[in-house]
Design a protein around this ligand. Sequence first.
Ligand code: ATP
Length: 402
Amino acid sequence: MDDEQMNHLKKEISEKIAMLEEERIRYLEDAKRVEGEKRYVENELIRLQKEVRILKAELERLKQPPMIIGTVRDLLASGKVIVRSTTGPDFIVDVSQDVDRRSLKVGSRVSLNKQSLAVMEVLPPSIDPIVSGAEVIEKPSVSYDDIGGLRDELRELREAVEDPLMRPEVYKKVGIEPPKAVLLEGPPGTGKTLMAKAVATQTNATFIRVVGSELVQKYIGEGARLVREMFELAREKSPSIVFIDELDSVGAKRIDMATSGDREVQRTLMQLLAEMDGFNPLGDVKIIGATNRPDILDEALLRPGRFDRIITIPPPDYGARLDIFAIHTKKMNLHKDVSFEELAAITDGASGADIRAICTEAGMYTIREKRVKVKMVDFRRAVDKVIGNMDYTEKEAGLMFG
Ligand code: ATP
């Protein structure tokens, strides 16, 4: 082999080595990438396995039979307890190890296993059933100044409710009995609830509001029980004002007792009448009813000694609307172009609730325009939106705004 051949061979060998080296590096890089992918897939697998475990546990939990609610009647020395389930008789049952024995007392509300009735958990005390359906405000904070217009109506309500609570001697001296209950009748959103709350505030009474339709229950006797419990609560928290909204849903005239549902409403009404007959007009509990449909009320409700003072709440007139606008814009940042006179003039037929909605809506328009002062144009748009009786278009709004 001569020199030239030798050199050629060397070159070929070194080229081969370089190629192999390149290939090795490529393989190494590939291996690194695959290693990374493998790690990612392994992590993903672990994550998914965890998710499957959680979902399986959730599925198991959902498949569990429901538990029964019961009350502990007695704790036995053997560690067992006597419970009464909502289904009827008393049982002697075991207690699950997870239950903290110290929290188990006579009268505790507990959940019971469906099969063995073993105590599984101690539940928080039940909410008073009437409290769950009624709104109870210990200290309402509505003052007479929050009511626009309605001066005469408010005076009548105060005479009938506030005086017997605060100054019963006035009635005693004159020798007459104050009305037992007052009925406020008038269109929706005209301030009936507001007036009742204001009287409760003034007399430091607890305000208990219940909606008539909520007293009408599905099960026989439930409505009457709610009425009874509501008055019990009122006596417990006296002085108190019981405000029954939508009185017509329990107190509508008896037509013919066609369905068992009607009979149930009737039973609820009888209970209400019995409660009203049973208490002292100069006592610490006062009843205010409200309805938009006085025409359909059963006469039995309106007899002396029951809702014997009826106050009609009219929709606000011009002057009252002026007042209501002033009340609801008290905290608003108003531009000087806002005219209550114009607003009151263009909102004929609006209720107090409508006026409140108009004020809120005007504020929303102001925010949308990124301003802080509420202008008349915002109010006009709001009036248009809420009661829609203005001949007023977006274009004009734009012009006026410009
Ligand atoms: P409903 O028959 O629908 O229960 P209501 O007559 O009880 O209606 P409220 O709940 O007292 O009406 O009124 C709703 C809201 O409207 C109140 O919270 C209050 O902001 C406003 N409002 C209504 N009337 C007046 C009024 N005369 N003065 C001030 N605000 C009022």
